[in-house]
Design a protein. Structure first.
Length: 144
């Protein structure tokens, strides 16, 4: 068996890629990728935002956000209004579809996991996520 420095690396990667593939399939009618739809979903939940705020919520760099926003504006799913980006009516429809299919994905994914196992998974992932956030916060404080 191949050893890895992080025991969950391949599982996390597989979950992410599987979700993206599922969403790409479900959203292909709208000619939107899973990554693009996530930006639409954020605006659907948060309302109009500056690109910098959108980038922060999406946890990606500003250049990536800028490219995604440009593509979504070109597809008439987003629009610039003063210094903010927001959804068009078509963008709102896609965001709702993303939410619907995301919910269905989670139900499919967890249908064979019992409540006790789910609680254990949740607890472990929360511990790992909290530790990761503390590491990043400490790095950011040192750079200030």
């Amino acid at each position: 068996m191949k050893k890895t420095c992080f025991p969950l690396k391949s599982e996390i990667f597989l979950l992410k890629k599987s979700f993206e593939s599922y969403m790409n399939y479900k959203l292909k009618l709208f000619e939107v990728t899973a990554g693009q739809a996530q930006f639409l979903h954020i605006l659907f939940k948060e309302g109009a935002l500056k690109q910098s705020a959108l980038s922060k919520i999406a946890e990606c760099d500003k250049s990536y956000t800028h490219r995604m926003v440009k593509e979504l504006i070109d597809k008439k799913l987003m629009q610039n209004c003063q210094d903010l980006v927001n959804l068009t009516d078509k963008g709102e429809i896609v965001a709702k579809e993303f939410e619907k299919h995301s919910s269905a994905w989670h139900q499919l994914l967890l249908e064979e996991v019992d409540k006790q196992d789910l609680e254990i998974i949740k607890t472990v992932l929360e511990k790992i996520s909290n530790k990761a956030q503390r590491i990043v916060n400490n790095m950011e404080k040192k750079n200030v």
